[in-house]
Ligand binder design. Structure first.
Ligand code: PLP
Ligand code: COI
Length: 355
């Protein structure tokens, strides 16, 4: 049956897969909800989005996404509170960043209403898919890619914007051991590191595989020029605690301007924790580890929220972080998830109600 929600046409799936899903043992991003949002760009404009049953996409073998990698994405989470109200966290920031990413890849920017109204309609249709269990959420993946055809190495003339959702559990289980990268780079000055472009992730897989073979779970990316400064942790921004100060790299065209990162900075500062946004050298981190002033390292991102690091490898040597009872990581993770899930006041106005 076709309906309209928030001005968005909805074509409902005839059957639901929801009873096949074990909501108590959810992995990250492996099962997908019944519907998706689809919006097409052609003849120079975006056309009205629709909610349709979740289904495969048919593309021509010459579609430019396959050859020239015009593809950008976002990652968000939807939560359900005890009263079954549905919440998102700073979704307008994801919308704006999607357009920043698209612009860098010479792709057309989306109108805000198509993103926000489409997202609201999709979440309403699939609200039964939003898990209520502690630590779980509906992971929301908006993405835009070149569906237009041709082998000419130039921007496509047609694109698709899709939002797919996946009820998900945690991204990592437990602490992660990381390798500080001294050879490969995730991004470069003047490059696309600040964009959430699919190719940025493809470029990380091989160096990460090499790190995994050496017994690490993730790579800490350093600056491409000198490899002396710490920039990001896999697909997360990184925070380092030396004594009682939290340090994180300033954003640049090599670093993704993470929504979790900027929220953690504001939260920590509002709790009286000193935050330094500055360049942080590997040398300083190694020295702090040797002197015992390196207290914590953690990654911050939507999927993993706050992911504590147990130790790091650098120059063939491993450094362990201390086991501490009370950490900034666990405190800040609780503060941010309590705000996200409507368990705590939101003095920052970050929470967004889906209606
Ligand atoms: N850095 C990279 C490279 C990422 O892929 C992500 C994930 O989204 C982040 C940082 C964290 O960004 P956010 O907190 O907006 O999810
Ligand atoms: C996110 O944190 O949402 C991301 O996009 C990271 C992703 C590569 C899983």
């Amino acid at each position: 049956m076709n309906t309209v929600i928030n001005d968005i046409e909805v074509i409902k799936s005839k059957t639901s897969k929801i009873n096949e899903v074990d909501f108590d043992h959810l992995k990250f991003g492996t099962v997908f909800s019944d519907h998706m949002l689809v919006c097409d760009y052609n003849e120079g404009r975006w056309h009205a989005p629709k909610v349709v049953p979740y289904q495969p996409i048919t593309l021509d073998p010459s579609a430019k996404i396959f050859h020239y990698g015009q593809s950008v994405f976002e990652g968000m989470k939807a939560y359900k509170d005890v009263e079954d109200s549905v919440w998102l966290f700073r979704p307008l920031d994801n919308f704006k960043r999607l357009n920043i990413s698209s612009k860098r890849l010479a792709m057309p920017e989306l109108p805000e209403a198509y993103f926000m109204d489409g997202l609201n309609a999709l979440l309403k249709v699939d609200q039964a898919w939003i898990p209520k269990n502690e630590g779980s959420s509906l992971y929301v993946r908006p993405f835009v890619f070149a569906s237009g055809n041709g082998f000419h190495a130039s921007p496509a003339d047609a694109y698709k914007f899709i939002i797919a959702t996946a009820p998900s559990g945690s991204y990592f289980s437990g602490k992660v051991k990381v390798l500080i990268e001294q050879n490969y780079s995730r991004s470069a000055n003047g490059g696309v590191g600040f964009a959430k472009a699919g190719g940025n992730y493809a470029g990380q897989f091989y160096p990460t595989q090499l790190a995994v073979e050496k017994g690490y779970q993730q790579v800490i990316w350093t600056d491409d020029n000198t490899h002396e400064y710490i920039e990001e942790a896999g697909a997360m921004n990184i925070f380092v605690r030396i004594n009682d100060t939290l340090i994180t790299a300033p954003t640049s065209d090599r670093i993704l301007d993470g929504i979790t990162r900027k929220s953690i900075i504001e939260l920590a500062q509002s709790e009286g924790i000193k935050v330094d946004v500055r360049k942080l050298s590997v040398h300083e981190v190694v020295e702090a580890a040797q002197q015992g002033s390196l207290k914590e390292m953690f990654g911050a991102g939507t999927a993993a929220v706050v992911s504590p690091i147990s130790g790091f490898g650098y120059n063939g040597k491993d450094y362990d972080l201390p086991e501490m009872k009370e950490t900034y990581a666990s405190y800040l993770k609780k503060r941010i998830t309590d705000i996200q899930t409507n368990k705590a006041e939101d003095p920052f106005g970050w929470r967004y109600k889906v209606e």
